[in-house]
Design a binder for this molecule. Structure first.
Ligand SMILES: Cc1cc2nc3c(=O)[nH]c(=O)nc-3n(C[C@H](O)[C@H](O)[C@H](O)COP(=O)(O)OP(=O)(O)OC[C@H]3O[C@@H](n4cnc5c(N)ncnc54)[C@H](O)[C@@H]3O)c2cc1C
Length: 360
């Protein structure tokens, strides 16, 4: 047995789990497919957290900024580097776990890096692999053309270009607003009949509501793209597309030099399935014991947004996952791991109910 725990994923919660394991004296190997905070590194440049700074602080290390405003991804990555250095964490970077198997004594994990493959064995396996592994594909002709993207990078590319943004959640609204301000001719298609204030950040919702109402950003509600060409997109009524019976007369062709399909992401649950984990009925949300974060496979734990399986729930955030590390460390070590380095005044209790009472 190489180690007690193999921990996969070094996003904020993976790092927080590592701190908790180290603090509890548990031997572990930490493996990350990219750089630490890779998901955040993949965010659009200069995008900000919606969560307040003290809620995304991890492992008891406070975040201090010059303006006390929400952090940009870049600022947070710098903070994560400090946390890793302060806690002297050993993370195997740019090493992707490509398979995991349950054995009589624990788990065997196969990884691949630029230079080699490696096999590790452990008693426990903790997956902190996030829920943004692959974009939700639309499965339509033209989706893989070079001017079509599932990720927004930054607005300069779209200056003076006709850009269709598809989606109605925060990522889509933020891209539409930033590109509009950067001088792009933005249109917005969303499958729902209106931009829903309950699903989006209030500032973005207000700004896009004004811009769409005044037609500065033409809005195509209740539509979905059904085909993409080199300088056009066909939009069909969402209800018809859902039934698979589209009236050709109801399809509108709109001009677009670039297309951003910002329709969300999903986690990869294939390993969980292969390892025999069970899911909630009619969903791909894994069943876990909330006290320990253990799945239905003994000694297999989930942490962070990975607990949503492949259904981004928008209920698990960094802010609502801080207990995952201590719960796992407690379950594995058998000791009651005390939160370390706590800045008590900023560690007020916080759950999804505080921001979305109807989800309680
Ligand atoms: C623009 C934008 C704004 C956001 N704002 C907020 C916000 O305000 N508040 C908030 O809480 N969240 C926000 N999010 C979501 C935020 O990114 C996640 O909540 C956060 O990253 C989850 O942390 P995590 O550690 O659970 O998972 P992740 O950060 O997704 O980390 C998972 C890690 O696992 C690694 N990994 C995956 N598969 C493998 C593998 N096979 N082998 C090895 N490593 C692997 C990945 O490379 C990644 O580094 C936002 C997202 C976007 C796009």
């Amino acid at each position: 047995m190489d180690t007690d725990v193999i921990l996969v994923g070094a996003g904020p919660i993976g790092i927080e789990v590592a701190c908790a394991l180290k603090h509890a004296g548990v031997r572990y190997v930490h493996i990350e497919a990219g750089q630490i905070g890779q998901t955040i590194y993949d965010w659009p440049r200069h995008a900000r957290f919606f969560s307040s700074p003290e809620r995304v602080a991890i492992a008891g290390v406070p975040v201090q900024t010059y303006d006390q405003e929400q952090l940009t991804g870049e600022t947070y990555l710098a903070y994560l580097r400090s946390v890793v250095e302060i806690h002297d964490l050993d993370i195997r970077l740019y090493e992707r776990v490509i398979s995991a198997e349950k054995t009589d004594t624990g788990f065997t994990v196969l990884t691949s890096s630029r230079v080699s493959e490696h096999t590790y064995s452990s008693r426990y396996l903790v997956l902190a692999t996030g829920d943004m592994n692959t974009p939700n594909r639309l499965g339509i002709p033209g989706e893989d053309m070079p001017h079509v993207s599932h990720r927004f990078d930054e607005p300069h590319r779209y200056f003076k270009q006709k850009l269709l943004v598809v989606g109605g959640r925060n990522s889509a609204l933020e891209a539409a607003l930033r590109c509009f301000r950067a001088g792009s001719r933005v249109s917005l298609s969303y499958r729902r009949p209106y931009l829903d204030s309950a699903r989006t950040n209030s500032r973005l919702h207000l700004e896009l509501s004004i811009l769409t109402k005044k037609n500065y950003v033409p809005f195509y509600p209740a539509t979905v793209p059904v085909a993409i060409g080199s300088d056009w997109v066909d939009l069909a009524p969402a209800k018809q597309a859902a039934t698979g019976s589209i009236d050709p007369g109801a399809v509108q062709r709109i001009e677009a030099d670039f297309v951003l399909l910002l329709t969300g992401f999903q986690g990869d649950v294939s390993w969980l399935r292969n390892l025999g984990a069970e899911f909630h009925p009619d969903s791909e949300i894994p069943i876990i014991d909330q006290e320990t974060m253990e799945t239905t496979v003994p000694d297999l734990f989930l942490a962070g947004t990975a607990v949503s399986g492949n259904q981004q729930s928008y209920k698990v955030f960094v802010a609502t996952a801080h207990e995952h590390g201590p719960r796992i460390a407690r379950a594995i070590s058998g000791t009651d791991s005390v939160p370390f380095g706590t800045v008590a005044s900023r560690r007020y209790p916080f759950t999804i109910r505080d921001i979305s009472p109807k989800d309680s």
